[in-house]
Design a protein around this ligand. Structure first.
Ligand code: NAD
Length: 316
């Protein structure tokens, strides 16, 4: 039987350990099992996080290193295993496709021995290739697999716009869509700040410094590589994204966020995973939304689809 508060994290390095710590801090689980090929790393991270649970600000969460048997009664499984782009490497997550689909294959084979019930949150890059691979190569319920996709770019976008207008990023609405990667794009037609539409923002905020769309589009993609080149990896933003997804699932929130799953005819696209707005709740991804896009935005979505499909073909 599923333990509603149990989460398994696979991959215990920069991303996995950051997610572990954020879940612990936000008290989003009663038990967390950490799995990594590097068993010492998983054991060390779990031990360290377990000590934090003694504090008055914490909940008595059972944090421990685990095995795939832990998936048997897990409510949520988060996959972060597999290498990332390193500082100085080609700035394109798609170069990880071959290596990381192999890793995803071996992990899914293990998970399938124990469960088909847990919600799986994919984080490993290239995110859309990984999400497509585990959704189509395994007999796992499709609605229970979701990739975090362009939620991270959307957080970045909100921060960049918030800095420009000196406003709370939570007042900024709108989506980054497409590939979690170099072809991600802001769907500007979906953007508003507290109900004020894009074309009126500079006037509403009395800004003489006009917004530079192209610079923002470039920054959303480039900033991930800037972080990697500056600190060696990215993990803090994505750990908050993971917690946002977990919260939607455990509180059955029916939240609409940009997230990746295999498209089933939306925008005329099939057999490729990309981020569009989708609804997440306890049952999984229950609805996808074909929000109205401009012709240019539709074209950018097709470009993203081509980019991810090329990477998928390269893995065959
Ligand atoms: P990392 O290279 O530091 O760690 C990868 C970990 O995976 C290692 O601990 C390794 O031992 C483990 N691993 C490899 N194969 C495994 C297997 N078969 N089973 C279990 N564990 C295995 O990478 P990182 O910085 O922690 O990043 C992890 C992944 O997350 C990368 O693919 C990275 O690109 C991705 N990422 C995604 C997002 C996103 O928005 N989706 C954001 C940041 C990072």
């Amino acid at each position: 039987m599923i333990k509603q508060g149990k989460i398994v994290i696979i991959g215990a390095s920069n991303v996995g350990s950051a997610i572990l710590n954020k879940i612990t801090d936000f008290q989003l689980a009663s038990e967390i099992a950490l799995i990594d090929l590097n068993e010492d790393k998983a054991a060390g991270e779990a031990l360290d996080a377990s000590h934090a649970t003694s504090c008055i600000y914490s909940t008595n969460i059972n944090v421990h290193a685990g095995t795939y048997e832990d998936c048997q009664d897990a409510a949520i499984i988060i996959i972060t295993a597999g290498p990332s782009i390193r500082p100085g490497e080609t700035p394109d997550r798609l170069i990880l496709a071959k290596t990381n689909t192999k890793i995803m294959g071996s992990i899914m084979t293990e998970i399938m021995k124990y469960t088909k019930e847990a919600m799986i949150i994919a984080i490993t890059n290239p995110l859309d290739v990984a999400t497509h691979y585990i959704s189509t190569h395994f007999d796992y319920p499709r609605e229970k697999i979701v990739g975090t996709g362009t939620m991270l770019e959307t957080f970045r976008f909100r921060r960049i716009l918030a800095n420009h207008y000196h406003v709370d990023p939570k007042n900024i609405h709108g989506y980054i869509l497409g590939e979690h990667g170099n072809s991600a794009f802001p769907a500007w037609s979906t953007v508003n700040i507290a109900g004020m539409p894009l074309e009126h923002l500079d006037d509403c905020f009395n800004f003489s410094d006009k917004i530079d769309y192209k610079a923002i589009e470039d920054e959303i993609v480039q900033v991930a590589y800037d972080i990697i080149n500056l600190k060696g990896w990215t993990n803090t933003g994505i750990s908050m994204v993971a917690c946002r997804f977990i919260k939607s699932i455990i509180y059955d929130e029916h939240t609409i966020l940009p997230m990746s799953a295999v498209l089933e005819g939306e925008y005329g696209l099939h057999d490729v995973a990309l981020s569009i707005p989708r609804m997440l709740c306890a049952e999984g991804v229950v609805k996808s939304f074909e929000v109205k896009l401009t012709d240019k935005e539709r074209q950018l979505l097709l470009t993203s689809a081509d980019s991810v499909k090329n990477a998928l073909n390269g893995c065959k």
